[in-house]
Each structure stands twice: as structure tokens, then as C-alpha cells.
Design a binder for this molecule. Structure first.
Ligand SMILES: NC(=O)c1ccc[n+]([C@@H]2O[C@H](COP(=O)([O-])OP(=O)(O)OC[C@H]3O[C@@H](n4cnc5c(N)ncnc54)[C@H](OP(=O)(O)O)[C@@H]3O)[C@@H](O)[C@H]2O)c1
Length: 347
């Protein structure tokens, strides 16, 4: 704790109360490009009551940052979350020296409001992580981990012996979904976009089967390893891949619709095979969700995932890009599948 205080004092003394921020220079057309972003500096205001000054340690790059087009504003910082050290505080619940997760966009220093009311976008103190890396607060012990935990358990209700399929399986959410499926006694099948990802899922995470969706026929692969059909599908990607999986589901199957990353860079909504015949004849249930539905149970998900990590039942990987100025590179890379596990940027 003493060490943290020393760092805090040095940072505050060195701070000229300026922040670096990466703003949107122009709206994305298709795949985001480096020129769509611009690095700027700004002078920060002095703190008012209820505010904190934070220094970013890690920033997150996530698919929703591409999907939430309505929140992109030219000239404003790109949206996103970070885990940051509180270096000055005028808010008793947020003391200097603690780390906090904040949705403040791509900026390395922030004057932020704290709020008594808990909502998805309000700063949250990072719980005691012990020996675990701080960056996990943006991954398996943060929003993506809770997305996997609640999105699988509350929507699909997995039972031992059932067959569960997850797409985007080697990413932040998918890799956790598959492992929770295994913990709950399911036979787990993952789809991911490279052979090395597939090997990781099978050899290290204990997926029963994993396939590279870019090189296999998804329907045929499932017919081979799940000839009686699929009970649960956790959908991270949407599109053709998801339709092929849904047509391999058996009666009473449940589908948790988490995201549709296959379409986020598209300028027009793409079409995929019609789902109604599979939904009707196999009497499937499909439900979309946003993870903030479970905000009132947020700590439960984090505690349970942490417990499983400590018991060796839940493994994680991070793809760490160094340097705040490399946020666009990390973001563009994540959208192309360059990350294994959670993509984060170390400031
Ligand atoms: N509903 C919610 O509340 C909620 C919360 C968090 C996340 N999400 C959603 O969950 C999904 C996964 O998010 P994440 O944070 O875990 O990201 P992630 O999987 O760690 O990273 C994105 C991955 O998407 C895959 N991808 C890119 N283009 C693709 C395409 N055309 N088809 C299939 N896969 C493609 C890439 O992996 P490959 O190499 O395998 O292609 C890439 O690594 C996203 O759809 C996201 O929007 C939803």
C-alpha cells in the first residue's frame, strides 16, 4: 500500500493536469482505419466535490465500441472502458490509491464524476484481486466475464450431458462461456477463426471439440461431433455461421444471443438463411440480452469467476498491446481476430 501511495504522489506531482485522448477524426466506413483516429491533448479542470482524478493503467478494446455507432461523435474521444488508479479524490467512497473501472473513453487521465446510483457507465471500484493481474477487471473479472456467466447460465440453463456450442469461442466472452459450460457438465464445442485458436480451446481450455469456421463446413462439423443435435448455442457472431449452427439444434434448444460481430463492420445489414423453420420444428427459444440486465448481481459473477480461477477450473488469456497511442491498432486488430482471449492496452 505504501508503494502505491508513493507512486500516487509522484504521478500527481508530475502531472501538468493534462490528458492524452484519442478522438474520432471521421466516422468509420466499413473496417475502422488508423486515420479515423487522432491523438490530442487537453488540460484538465480542477476537481469539484464528488469528483476523482484517475490515471489509466489498462484500456479495453471491445466489439461493442464498433457496434455502438450512435455513440460515436467526431472530435470526441472514442468510447470505451479502462481500469485506472485514483490519484486525487473529492469523493469519500473513491479513495486515492484504489483502482476503478470507468467508461470514460480513450483517454489516459480523467476527471470523473462518481455517483451513488450504480449504473453500467458509473465508475466501479475494482474488488480485491489478490495475485491476479489488474487487467482482468476488464476481462474475465469484469464485463466480458459477467457476460459469459449470466448470458449462459440465466438464458441457456445448461444441464449436465447437454451439448453446448459457442461461436467467437477464443475471445474474451466465448472462452469463458465454453469453460463454464464444461464446469456445468456440458459437452462443449467451439468455433473460432484460426487453427492456433482452435488448438488452444481444445488443448488448454478443455473444449471437447473446436473448429476453425474459416476452413470447415460448420454444419458438417457439427453433424460429426454432435450427431443427435445441439441443446445450447451461445451466439457471439450472428450471420451464416449462426444460422448453420441453429439448423443443427434439437428439440427444446436454447440460444443466447450475445452479439453479431460478423456484421459490425458492414455498412448494410447482411442477410443470412431464414431461421423460422428451425425455430418452429425444433421448438427453440432464442433470447438476446445486454449484460447490464444483471447489474444488481454484478459482484456475484465476478466472485464466482474468481473462485473458478483459483480452483484452476477457469483459465484466461490476454492479448496485451503496449502504449496508449496504439489503441487504434489494438482495436482494429481485435475486430480482425488478432486477439486470443481478452484484448487490452497497457498504457
Ligand atoms: N450482450 C452483451 O451485453 C455483450 C457484452 C459483451 C460482449 N458482447 C458481444 O460478444 C461478442 C464477443 O465479444 P468479446 O468482447 O468476447 O470479443 P472477442 O471475441 O474477444 O473479440 C472479437 C472476435 O470476433 C471474431 N470475429 C471478427 N470478425 C468475425 C466474423 N466476421 N465472424 C466471426 N467472428 C469474427 C474474432 O475472432 P476469430 O478469430 O474467431 O474470428 C475476434 O477475435 C461480440 O459480439 C460482442 O459484441 C455482448
Amino acid at each position: 500500500m505504501q508503494g502505491v501511495r508513493t507512486v500516487v504522489r509522484q504521478l500527481s506531482a508530475a502531472s501538468a493536469a493534462t490528458a492524452r485522448k484519442i478522438v474520432i477524426a471521421r466516422h468509420f466506413q466499413g473496417d475502422p482505419k488508423p486515420d479515423d483516429f487522432r491523438l490530442e491533448e487537453e488540460v484538465l479542470p480542477p476537481l469539484r466535490d464528488g469528483q476523482i482524478l484517475c490515471e489509466a493503467a489498462y484500456l479495453s478494446v471491445d466489439p461493442y465500441q464498433r457496434a455502438y455507432k450512435h455513440r460515436h461523435k467526431v472530435g470526441q474521444p472514442m468510447i470505451g472502458s479502462q481500469v485506472a488508479l485514483i490519484v486525487e479524490s473529492r469523493s469519500p467512497e473513491f479513495p486515492v490509491g484504489r483502482y476503478v473501472v470507468g467508461y470514460w473513453g480513450w483517454r489516459d487521465r480523467t476527471v470523473a464524476e462518481t455517483r451513488a446510483n450504480r449504473d453500467m457507465w458509473a465508475p466501479m471500484l475494482v474488488p480485491e484481486l489478490g495475485d491476479l493481474p489488474l487487467s482482468l477487471a476488464l476481462g474475465v473479472l469484469g464485463m466480458p466475464g459477467n457476460t459469459a456467466y449470466f448470458g449462459l447460465l440465466e438464458i441457456c440453463h445448461p444441464r449436465p450431458g447437454e451439448v453446448a456450442v459457442v461461436s467467437g469461442a477464443a475471445g474474451a466472452v466465448g472462452s469463458v462461456v465454453g469453460q463454464i459450460g464444461r464446469i456445468k457438465g456440458c459437452k462443449v464445442i467451439g468455433f473460432a477463426g484460426s487453427d492456433s485458436k482452435v488448438n488452444w480451446l481444445r488443448d488448454e481450455l478443455g473444449f471437447d471439440h473446436a473448429f476453425n469456421y474459416k476452413t470447415v463446413d460448420v454444419g458438417k462439423a457439427l453433424k460429426e461431433v454432435a450427431p443427435d443435435g445441439v441443446d445450447i448455442y451461445f451466439d457471439n457472431v450472428g450471420g451464416q455461421q449462426s444460422s448453420a449452427i441453429i439448423y443443427k439444434m434439437r428439440t427444446g434448444g436454447r440460444i443466447s444471443v450475445c452479439g453479431s460481430i460478423s456484421s459490425y463492420n458492414d455498412t448494410k445489414i447482411p442477410s443470412a438463411p431464414i431461421l423460422q423453420p428451425a425455430m418452429v420444428f425444433s421448438e427453440l427459444k432464442m433470447e438476446g440480452f445486454l449484460v447490464n440486465r444483471w447489474l444488481d448481481r454484478w459482484d456475484e459473477g465476478i466472485k464466482q469467476n474468481m473462485q473458478w480461477i483459483k480452483e484452476g477450473k477457469l483459465k484466461y488469456k490476454e492479448t496485451v498491446t503496449e502504449g496508449f497511442e496504439n489503441m487504434p491498432k489494438a482495436f482494429i486488430g481485435m475486430l480482425k481476430g488478432e486477439n486470443l482471449g481478452k484484448a487490452v492496452v497497457k498504457v
